[in-house]
Design a protein around this ligand. Structure first.
Ligand SMILES: Nc1ncnc2c1ncn2[C@@H]1O[C@H](COP(=O)(O)OP(=O)(O)OP(=O)(O)O)[C@@H](O)[C@H]1O
Length: 340
């Protein structure tokens, strides 16, 4: 489904490659965490899969297509098979929740009838039924990310790429988003997620691909995050609120229990041969909620940290937002790839 063949990526003006000889294959239905310190090459990988960039050497093959051979004018159509969500949500600030999700379908010429069926389904899937008329700034950060996930999924893509999807969210809300992503994967969508969230990676025990300095140093079938020494921000911060701190603490406790139960030695973070591709795992364990107290049940809890609000002027063009292009939504055109 996604194959990197000895991929090297050198950015202009840099001496060291961002990716160096990276080789891996992701099978249909897998949930894969892409981990590594800041600057290790995670986003570069995702950009290559989205055909926002091409490798300097090697091949990236997605859904059977060598992306170097996908003509620029066909890139938007190729991207329709790939949903993507980002740390900063990238919603259209002047559009309602319904319109944000419907936009994906309108641009590809879906009928009104289909849009009015598919959008509510996508919003129900992410738990936002009833919030169709809200504007993004009237939603919490977690709700905004849910809208972004609904928008990514409304086209029924085969692959969902998530680049730090919980990076702007408090720990309790992050748990909800991780559960949602696990459910989406359990229904058959391949998920590739770049993250620094060690607790979730450890807890979910899915496939982990680790990059270090642009090189793949680990590809583990049921892995944990590995070395967290470079991630000081995972420490609970008092100002994040009691509910959020409790949620993170419980995730960490659960992670310890899982580690104790398995009594398995922690695998060394060292170069290992790539594991055989893992088949779809519909029975894969869902994220175990850490029974985080609901924010309203904790009256002393501080409000969740303000999610980044769209600051663009109301009349900002879609091109300037970069939304249509990244979502594969430019203009009408033929399908170039398989859809479910
Ligand atoms: N457009 C670019 N031009 C030059 N160098 C770049 C460009 N994009 C990324 N890099 C460099 O490539 C390397 C990998 O960056 P990348 O964004 O892929 O890392 P990352 O693992 O996603 O980091 P983070 O976790 O901070 O998002 C870094 O050294 C970065 O500075």
């Amino acid at each position: 489904m996604i194959r990197f063949e000895n991929v090297t990526k050198r950015y202009r003006g840099t001496s060291k490659p961002a990716l160096n000889g990276v080789d891996f294959e992701v099978q249909r239905g897998e949930f894969v965490f892409l981990v590594g310190a800041s600057g290790s090459g995670k986003s570069s990988c995702l950009r290559l899969i989205l055909r926002e960039d091409i490798p300097s050497q090697g091949r990236v093959v997605v859904l059977g297509r060598d992306l170097r051979r996908v003509a620029s004018r066909k890139v938007p159509y190729f991207r329709r098979n790939i949903g993507s969500v980002f740390q900063d949500f990238r919603l259209l600030p002047t559009k309602t929740v319904f319109q944000n999700v419907a936009f994906s379908l309108q641009v590809i010429g879906s009928s009104r009838g289909f849009i009015h069926q598919a959008v509510p389904e996508a919003l129900a899937l992410v738990g936002l039924a009833g919030k169709e008329k809200r504007l993004p700034h009237e939603l919490s950060g977690g709700e905004q990310q849910r809208v972004a996930i609904a928008r990514a999924l409304v086209n029924r893509p085969q692959v969902l790429l998530a680049d730090e999807p919980t990076g702007n969210l408090d720990p309790a809300t992050s748990v909800d988003i991780m559960q949602l992503l696990a459910r989406i994967n359990a229904s058959g969508t391949t998920v590739l997620m770049a993250t620094h969230e060690a607790a979730f990676v450890d807890q979910m025990q899915r496939r982990v691909i680790e990059l270090r300095g642009g090189e793949m140093v680990r590809d583990e079938r049921h892995g944990g995050y590995g070395d967290t020494s470079s991630i000081p921000r995972l420490q609970p911060q008092q100002e994040r609120g009691a509910a959020a701190v409790a949620a993170l603490t419980e995730v960490i406790e659960l992670q310890k229990e899982i580690a104790a139960d398995s009594q398995a030695p922690v695998p060394p973070v060292a170069a290992q041969p790539a594991v055989a591709p893992q088949p779809a795992a519909p029975d894969a364990a869902p994220v175990t909620p850490p029974q985080a107290p609901a924010p309203q049940a904790a009256p002393t809890a501080a409000p969740a940290p303000a999610a980044p609000r769209p600051t663009e002027a109301d009349d900002l063009s879609l091109d300037a937002l970069g939304v249509a292009d990244r979502l594969g939504l430019e203009g009408p055109g033929e399908e170039v790839g398989p859809t479910r």
